[in-house]
Design a protein around this ligand. Structure first.
Ligand SMILES: NC(=O)c1ccc[n+]([C@@H]2O[C@H](COP(=O)([O-])OP(=O)(O)OC[C@H]3O[C@@H](n4cnc5c(N)ncnc54)[C@H](O)[C@@H]3O)[C@@H](O)[C@H]2O)c1
Length: 362
């Protein structure tokens, strides 16, 4: 007897990635699944997979962002299976940017697909669940909803909205027997992330280095969390954080800047100012190289250029340029994307500058 035997579930974004894995896992656990996606071809493959494994499923080609989509999805589920026990709001898009590069169109589309559609479908399905005496809603949020990461303003805002909406609905509908939860995955290998993971070796190396398991999460990992939340027996509401690389990256940023600080202090001719980065509000390192101007240091280190001049690396800025200031002090901080190799290369660069013969002073 499966953990979702006799339950009826709607899964959006079921044509690929996480949504497909959830639909398959739910069906394997005995649920009848309405698989929803705007991608007809992918949806067919999902449904064929489930049917091939003996599962019960129907497909509905629908764009969750379209007006009336929520009504059509709920109606299709009721018509096919007669009730709705579980809703997984998983359809979503990526591809956002930092604020200065975010158009009105991108902002509107991102919030529409990743947040408003969750509100609309939940509203429609909650009415049904309340009538039935209970249900389970699981929303796919993201660690981006709680943690700043570079170049993802509209996506992060939408996912933060999903988390807040999840909390509100959880509180409002617990008395009606509906649990509402969100999963906040970190890096999961799907179509959304594959291009960058495969096409950007540095990003891939960094992510893998920062992931204790040495691999990105899989859609099946997330499906396991979704199954747990969908099959909760009591009235519990939780947010499962599957952060993996992301939390590790953030604590590692601190580690890297500490390494830079101690490495610089060990170089003859380099003066490092102030307390260790851990004791500073902004974790940067300020230093000078004896008898060499900060311009010369900056020029000499331009090749190793991986540092921010004045940014808070926990915020969203990654400036890939060594900064130097008019006061003659070089300021460096580790950005989230910086690797240990790059810190060591930078230290090599400083060593070289500090030990090279000084140009004659005018
Ligand atoms: N992959 C990750 O690292 C990761 C991390 C955190 C959160 N997420 C979230 O997980 C969810 C699933 O993402 P994924 O990684 O499986 O991506 P994916 O691109 O592999 O799959 C997303 C699916 O959603 C569908 N979809 C997109 N917009 C839609 C719309 N308007 N109407 C109907 N269907 C639509 C797509 O056609 C696709 O089948 C998304 O909400 C995403 O934001 C992904």
């Amino acid at each position: 007897m499966g953990r979702l035997a006799d339950r009826v579930a709607i899964v959006t974004g079921a044509a690929a990635g996480i949504g497909r894995a959830i639909a398959r896992r739910f069906a394997a656990e005995g649920a009848a699944v309405l698989a929803v996606d705007r991608n007809a071809e992918g949806l067919e493959a999902t449904v064929a997979g489930i049917t091939g494994e003996g599962g019960r499923t129907r497909e509905l080609v629908e764009d969750v962002g379209e007006p009336g989509a929520a009504d059509r999805i709920a109606a299709a589920c009721l018509e096919a299976f007669g009730r709705i026990d579980v809703l997984v709001n998983n359809a979503g898009i990526g591809g956002s940017h930092e604020v200065l590069e975010t158009s009105e169109e991108e902002w509107a589309r991102m919030l529409h697909v990743n947040l408003t559609s969750v509100f609309r479908l939940s509203r429609r399905v909650l009415a049904e669940m309340r009538r039935q005496g209970g249900g389970r809603i699981v929303n796919t949020a993201s660690v981006f909803g709680t943690t700043a990461f570079p170049g993802a303003a509209s996506y992060s805002a939408a996912k933060a909205g999903v988390i807040a909406l999840t909390r509100s609905m959880a509180v409002d509908y617990a008395p009606a027997g509906v649990t509402v939860n969100a999963i906040a995955p970190g890096l999961i290998l799907t179509d959304m992330t594959r291009a960058r993971l495969v096409g950007d070796p540095r990003y891939r190396a960094l992510m893998l280095e920062a992931t204790p398991l040495g691999r990105p999460g899989t859609p099946e990992d997330v499906a396991g969390a979704a199954l747990f939340l969908a099959s909760l027996a009591g009235g519990s509401s939780r947010r499962a954080r599957l952060e993996g690389a992301f939390s590790a990256l953030h604590s590692r940023g601190q580690e890297l800047v500490e390494r830079l600080w101690s490495g610089l202090r060990a170089i003859d001719g380099v003066s490092v100012y102030g307390p260790p980065p851990s004791e500073r509000r902004t974790p940067t390192v300020s230093f000078t190289v004896r008898d060499v101007s900060s311009d010369d240091v900056a020029r000499a280190l331009a090749e190793q250029a991986v540092f921010v001049s004045n940014g808070d690396f926990y915020a969203t800025t990654v400036v890939t340029r060594l900064g130097h200031a008019a006061d003659g002090v070089v300021r460096a901080g580790c950005a989230c994307y910086t690797t240990l190799d790059e810190v060591e290369r930078l230290l090599d660069g400083v060593r070289e500058v500090a030990s090279s013969p000084r140009p004659p002073r005018p």
